[in-house]
Design a protein around this ligand. Structure first.
Ligand code: GLU
Length: 311
């Protein structure tokens, strides 16, 4: 028998939800509900100063306004530090974690070939420190903790993007599990939370596709099952520019003034290919219509008039 789907939406409430988040929540929700599965909400507020409770509550209110319902009370990552510490201890016991004292400036001066705008391969400077050197440095500065990754490929098949593979050492490098200020990194937290919540289907933006091999590697080390992954197209404005949190006019505070719930959902469902033409629609009306085979694979352009400077 096929396992029942457990899906989730996991926003980072560092600002108001915007249309890209709503699209992601919508596809994750419909995919789970279409199969009669469960749907969970997790608030990824690890970076507490940037993610105040007020914004988390706003995200919850916005999702409820749009018609989303979840099957369990939302999890807050900011309340789960002890759980992440336990996972960290397991990795430490395997001898795979080492302290890293590099400053931001050193990291940028010593990077191996660039992986793009945001990701750089760590050159491994602190992996080579002797215990004595590490001991001395730790008196001067609190270290970050990194996971040592092997020169090994991780491969998986994404539900929309197809086969993916990455060599962890070459393409990604040893990555941070816990920052020097004590905050846990996204990779460890997301893997632990999905596994402990029984999530078996991860639907999220394509901007996170490249983090997935690291997460799969962590799952293997911690003995967790691997969920199915579907990385969805990103939204762009009418000019093809990626939406970002800075596009204030596409966050719900502005959109809610100009559009109804049914118009917002209908525009996204039409753009994503779930319905032929955008038309006002409720979330639950989309459940029986959902099919991943209908969902477009390219970035989705919003109609002009949205995401543009208002006169
Ligand atoms: N918190 C991440 C975000 O808001 C999503 C993480 C995930 O879905 O795995 O972009």
């Amino acid at each position: 028998m096929r396992e029942a789907v457990v899906g989730r939406f996991a926003p980072t409430p560092s600002g108001r939800l915007h249309l890209g988040n709503v699209l992601c929540a919508m596809l994750a929700y419909l995919s789970a509900r279409h199969e009669g599965g469960r749907f969970l909400l997790r608030i990824e507020d690890l970076d507490v100063p940037r993610c105040p409770r007020r914004l988390a509550q706003q995200a919850i209110d916005d999702l409820e306004w749009l018609g989303f319902r979840w099957d369990e009370p939302p999890l807050y990552q900011s309340e789960r530090t002890e759980i992440y510490v336990r996972a960290l201890r397991e990795l430490e016991a395997k001898g795979l974690v080492y302290p890293c004292f590099c400053t931001r400036a050193q990291l940028h001066a010593s990077v191996a070939p660039n992986l793009g705008d945001t990701q750089v391969v760590y050159a491994g400077t602190c992996a080579r420190l002797s215990p004595e050197e590490a001991g001395k440095l730790s008196k001067l500065r609190a270290p970050a903790l990194r996971l040592r990754v092997p020169d090994e490929e991780v491969a998986f098949t994404d539900g929309l993007c197809g086969p993916q593979r990455e060599n962890l050492a070459r393409d990604c490098g040893d990555f941070i599990l816990r920052r020097s200020d004590g905050l846990f990194g996204y990779q460890l937290a997301v893997v632990v939370d999905d596994a402990l919540s029984g999530v078996n289907q991860v639907v999220r933006g394509r901007d996170i596709l490249s983090a997935t091999p690291r997460q799969i590697y962590l799952q293997r080390l911690l003995g967790y099952p691997q969920p199915d992954y579907v990385h969805i197209p990103l939204l762009t404005d009418a000019q093809g520019r990626r939406l970002a949190k800075r596009d204030k006019d596409l966050d719900l505070s502005e959109l809610a003034k100009r559009m109804t719930v049914k118009d917002i959902l209908g525009m996204l469902a039409g753009g994503a290919g779930l319905i032929e033409e955008p038309r006002p629609v409720r979330l639950d009306e989309l459940v029986p219509l959902f099919d991943w085979a209908k969902v477009r694979r390219d970035d989705l352009r919003l109609p002009s008039g949205l995401g543009q400077e208002k006169p």
